[in-house]
Design a protein around this ligand. Structure first.
Ligand code: NCD
Length: 328
């Protein structure tokens, strides 16, 4: 199923976002509005969390068919901080394992009046498929779809860049690592290009470089030392072995040596460049431990922003549902 299809399915008849499945097709204004709202909800660690009752009376169900720590917990906290009831389904022991279809699981939750279903799954096209069958008041939020899309991660990455580096029109951003299997990279590409980044570079070993029909407008590198020179933002990615069949990838030490973000490599970027990683990190593989914990790392800030962005997405989607009800 194409992302183009997801871009259409996620809107209601009036063109409002009803689900969030992909950043594909979101306008600059829509993304900026989500980032602005997320900034309103953002707090620095140690401050009390923003809380309101925007989602009071709503039930958010987290359905993660793939492992997750950051994304699942931050959706849960985001929903709670907006006053929703939250249920987390343990999908390893769910009915799907017993042969129930995903749609039947969804209908079961819908019958219990869950309104917002947050889904992560390895099957491409599943969120858009499910979105077509749910009741009018039910929304689907994609929390990671195969290698294709991870819209809230793209938004939190954009928020982190905006907070720390400012105007996208002045920035050179590098996304480096296992691009071919990365939904994080695909959603970041949508966000950064829509926000008008001055230059986007992608760097991957030959075997992990996506086809030319993807990441349009980005400059491609297979040499990380060339790619990193003079950039303002370095986003590095985990090698996703669980999505590989047959790709020849070097052992961890060789990968670190030829492609890892080390302190020496980082010295080739702009002096005040930031380093990002979506997590989970493989320390001393795609990123040197010292860089991950170093002064240029904004990895913890990305995690903090994850909650704020998910609050913004939940609040926006819920507001759009209310608006639809109002006019029906
Ligand atoms: C990523 C994911 O699951 O797509 N993690 C995340 O959501 N923060 C990246 C990864 O698994 O490498």
């Amino acid at each position: 199923m194409s992302t183009d299809h997801s871009a259409k399915v996620q809107r209601d008849a009036e063109g409002r976002l009803r689900h969030l499945i992909t950043l594909d097709g979101l306008s600059r204004d829509e993304i900026v509005a989500l980032l602005d709202l997320a900034q309103f909800y953002a707090r620095t660690p140690g401050e009390l969390a923003a809380r309101d009752q925007t989602l009071a009376g709503h039930t958010v169900a987290n359905l993660f068919f793939e492992p997750s720590t950051r994304t699942r917990v931050s959706f849960e906290l985001a929903a709670q901080r907006l006053g929703a009831d939250v249920v987390n389904l343990d999908m390893q022991s769910s009915s799907r394992v017993k042969g129930e279809t995903v749609l039947d699981t969804i209908y079961t939750l819908q019958a219990m009046q869950a309104d917002i279903l947050v889904m992560r799954d390895a099957e491409p096209g599943l969120p858009a498929y499910v979105a077509k069958y749910v009741a009018p008041h039910v929304c689907i939020l994609n929390a990671g779809e195969a290698h294709l899309s991870h819209p809230t991660q793209g938004l939190l990455d954009a928020l982190t860049v905006r907070q720390t580096k400012g105007d996208f029109a002045k920035l050179k951003i590098l996304i480096a690592g296992d691009l071919s299997h990365s939904r994080v990279a695909r959603s970041a590409w949508h966000a950064f290009t829509t926000l008008g980044v001055a230059e986007l570079r992608i760097a991957a070993p030959e075997d992990l470089m996506p086809g030319k029909d993807e990441f349009k407008g980005a400059t491609r590198f297979t040499d990380i030392d060339k790619a990193i020179s003079g950039v303002d933002v370095v986003m590095t990615l985990r090698i996703q072995r669980e999505r590989m069949s047959g790709a020849s990838i070097p052992d961890e030490a060789t990968y670190h040596h030829t492609f890892g973000i080390t302190a020496d490599r980082l010295a080739k970027a702009n002096k005040d460049a930031i380093v990002m990683h979506p997590g989970p990190m493989n320390r001393d593989v795609e990123i040197a431990s010292a860089v991950a914990d170093g002064p240029q790392s904004v990895i913890q800030r990305q995690v903090t922003n994850g909650v704020a962005v998910r609050m913004a997405v939940l609040a926006t989607i819920a507001r759009n549902v209310q608006a639809r009800r109002h006019f029906q």
